[in-house]
Design a protein around this ligand. Sequence first.
Ligand SMILES: Nc1ncnc2c1ncn2[C@@H]1O[C@H](COP(=O)(O)OP(=O)(O)O)[C@@H](O)[C@H]1O
Ligand SMILES: [Mg+2]
Length: 398
Amino acid sequence: MSTRSEMASSNPGGAASAARPAAIRLQNLSKTYPGNSQKAVDNLSLDVAEGEVFTLLGPSGCGKSTTLRMVAGLEEPDEGSIFFGDEAVVVTAQQLSLPPEKRNLGMVFQSYAIWPHMTVEENVSFPLKARKYARHEIRERVEKVLDLVGMAGMGKRPGPLLSGGQQQRVALARALVTEPRILLLDEPFSNLDAKLREQMRIEVKLLQDRLDIAVLFVTHDQIEALSLSDRIAIMKLGVVQQQGTPRELYDQPANEFVRDFVGKTLLFRGTVRAASAGGPMAIALEGAPDCTVFGHAADPSGIPAGGHVFVGVRPEDIDILPAASGSPPAGVMGGKVTAALFVGERVEYQIEIPGQGAILIYGDRHSPLPEGQAVWIRPRPDGHSAWSSDWREGGSDS
Ligand SMILES: Nc1ncnc2c1ncn2[C@@H]1O[C@H](COP(=O)(O)OP(=O)(O)O)[C@@H](O)[C@H]1O
Ligand SMILES: [Mg+2]
C-alpha cells in the first residue's frame, strides 16, 4: 500500500491541499429546516483535497452535522452544489441529487452505530454482502480492514462483548471496508472517555496517513481538530468564519470568535507605534515604559498609528518571574501577584499590572510564587494578534 509520506514526497511543503485536486467540493450550500427562521447552514463553500483531513469545528448547533449530512445525502440543501472529484453529486439548480447509496462514502457517527446482535465480522462484512461481493473477497477485505483498525483476530466476537472503543473501531472498519474515496466522521470519539479519546485520535491520524483518503471530520473539540486536521473551517451560526491550517487559525485568527474559540488569549492594552501595511504592528504596552511587542491585525484598516488596540497574547507566549530590584528592563512589564491558583499542570496567577488591570497569567508549577510577590511579566517580542479597541485610560474595556 502506498503511504501518505511517499506520496507527499513530491510535495515537500507537506500541506496535502497545496497541490492535490479536490475530492469534495461544496459550493454555496444553504439549508434551513422547516419551521426555523435561522439558517442551519448559510452559503457554505469549501474544498477538501484528496488525502486531506478537513475539519468542521464550532460550538453545538453551528451547522456541522447538517453540512456532513448534506454531503452524505441524508439531508437535501435548499441551495448549492456538491461535487466529488469531477462528479456532480448535488446541483440544486438542476434538481440533481444522487441517493446516499450511490455516493460511495464511509461514515462514522457519535453513537456506536454497530448492530449489537451481530459479531464483529458480521457487522463489518454487511456493506459488502449488500453489494453482493464474492465470499472469498469478503473474507479477505474484512480481515484486512480489521487488521487496519487494530482488531485483527477479533472477528468472531459478539457485539455486546465489545468496549466502547472497540465498537467505534468496528464502526470505522465497516465504514472503510468498501474502500470509499471519502470518509465522514461526526464526533466519532465524543462518547469515549478522555484517555481513549486521546488514543483514538492518534490511531485515526496514523490510519489516515496510510489510507490517504479524504476525510471530512466534525467536532466541537479544538484539541481534536488542531491535532488531526490538515485544514479546519470554524463555523458559527451556519457561517464559516475562517478556513486554514491549524497554525493559521491559532496564530492569525480572522476575528474575535475564532480567536476565542481556538485556544485562550490574554488581552493587553496597547498603543500602535507604527503600522505597516500587511505586516505586524509595533505596539507599546500600556503602563510599561519600555515594553513594545509586535502583533498582526486581521483587520488593520481601522487601526492607525497612535490608535489604541488590544494585543492578543497566547498564555504560553508569556513568562512570569520574580521581580529583581530596579525598574523592569526592556520588554518587561512590572506587576504584582494578587491570587495564585494551583490547577495541577500549572499555576494560574492573577497579576495586577499598572495600566492593564488584573490579568490571568499561567506559570509553571515548579517555582510557585506567593500572593503579594512583585513580578516581571515578559511577553514574547512578536507573534501576537492586534485588535481594534477604544479602551481609555482609567476607563472600562470595550
Ligand atoms: N432535523 C432538524 N430539524 C430542525 N432543526 C434542526 C434539525 N437538525 C438540526 N437542526 C438545527 O439546525 C442547527 C444546526 O444543527 P446541527 O447541524 O446539528 O449543528 P451541530 O452539528 O454543529 O451541533 C441547530 O440550530 C439545530 O437546532
Ligand atoms: Mg452535530
